[in-house]
Design a protein around this ligand. Structure first.
Ligand code: GDP
Ligand code: MG
Length: 291
């Protein structure tokens, strides 16, 4: 993701001096990767200070220190993992705008829960907006071997989720993963509908969904942050899933996302296959940004 940034960094280091031009070009490179202006300033300030105090002079050390400065902005306290409720089923709702990877992420998580943790999973085809969306989830369900609760296209999404939770209770399924229709965060009525879905979930479950996971396409740059802000305000988002990190040059926007939203990143998506879901770990993540 930061290949370009690093190429530039290497060229800069080839000049052999750490001067104002070095910092200016580094600033430019960070901004081009869509890093927030203020975060860019923080990273540069940390790097300047470290170079001075720790007396760093060698290029590889400066590079490592830059990576650390970036990794430091991905730290999110002790927010790792997903909430699991002993009172079955644990319910996760997936929200986000169209095409970000909600349905694919549901398939990936279902696969992970099933294969790695040996849990029984129920899928809820809550994206009733298009017939293709229901079919897509069905195909994944068959492939992974999980039950699915669905309805007709155009049916009430909240009802599907209610039925899925009820069915999961009856069958003793441990997890319900709820798909929802893509929503533009700017449309107030759709956001209100999302709130209704949440309330219905509450009715069927006796509590809020255990996680409301906002799926964000890492390629959307600063717009990803705006989506996240809006959804966090309206949909009670508890965690983020960042997708398509396998092909983005704009991931800089994600640096410092926790500082701004206080919503932790739970998983990252690195491809289109069910195996392509990874835990989020700041250090590993920051290291990958440079590979
Ligand atoms: N390369 C890549 N593609 C992804 C990833 N996650 C989802 N996609 C693709 O993005 C497209 C939209 O995904 P989908 O799950 O249907 O999005 P939804 O509209 O939010 O449900 C599909 O072609 C997926 O295969 C990812 O992590 N990496
Ligand atoms: Mg979908």
């Amino acid at each position: 993701m930061f290949r370009k940034l690093m190429d530039r960094f290497d060229r800069l280091m080839g000049r052999g001096v750490i001067d104002e031009q070095f910092y200016e070009e580094l600033e430019d490179a960070l901004l081009q990767a869509d890093t927030h202006v203020q975060i860019t300033q923080e990273i540069l300030a940390e790097l300047r200070e470290a170079i001075k105090i720790e007396k760093i002079t060698e290029a590889p050390d400066i590079k490592a220190r830059l990576q650390l400065a970036i990794a430091n902005r991905f730290r999110q306290g002790d927010a790792a993992g997903l909430a699991v409720n002993d009172n079955y089923p644990t319910v996760y709702m997936f929200v986000g705008v169209n095409g970000v990877g909600k349905t694919t992420s549901i398939a990936k998580l279902a696969y992970l829960l099933k294969t790695k943790f040996n849990q029984s999973v129920m899928l809820a085809a809550g994206d009733t907006f298009r017939a293709a969306a229901i079919e897509q989830l069905e195909v994944w369900g068959k492939r992974i071997g999980t039950d699915i609760v669905k309805s007709q296209p155009g049916a009430d999404s909240a009802t599907v989720l209610f039925d899925a939770i009820t069915a999961a209770k009856a069958r003793g399924a441990q997890f319900v993963l709820c798909d929802t229709a893509g929503r533009q965060h700017s449309k107030a009525n759709l956001m209100a509908e999302l709130d209704k879905v949440r309330r219905v979930t509450n009715k069927a479950l006796g509590r809020d969904p255990d996680e409301v996971l906002l799926v964000i396409d890492a390629n959307t740059g600063q717009n990803a942050i705006r989506q996240a802000e809006e959804f966090t305000k309206t949909a009670g988002v508890t965690g983020l899933i960042l997708t398509k990190l396998d092909g983005t040059a704009r991931g800089g926007a994600l640096i410092g996302i926790y500082d701004r939203l206080k919503v932790p990143i739970k998983f990252i998506g690195v491809g289109e296959k069910v195996e392509d879901l990874r835990d989020f770990d700041p250090e590993t993540f920051a290291a990958q940004l440079f590979s």
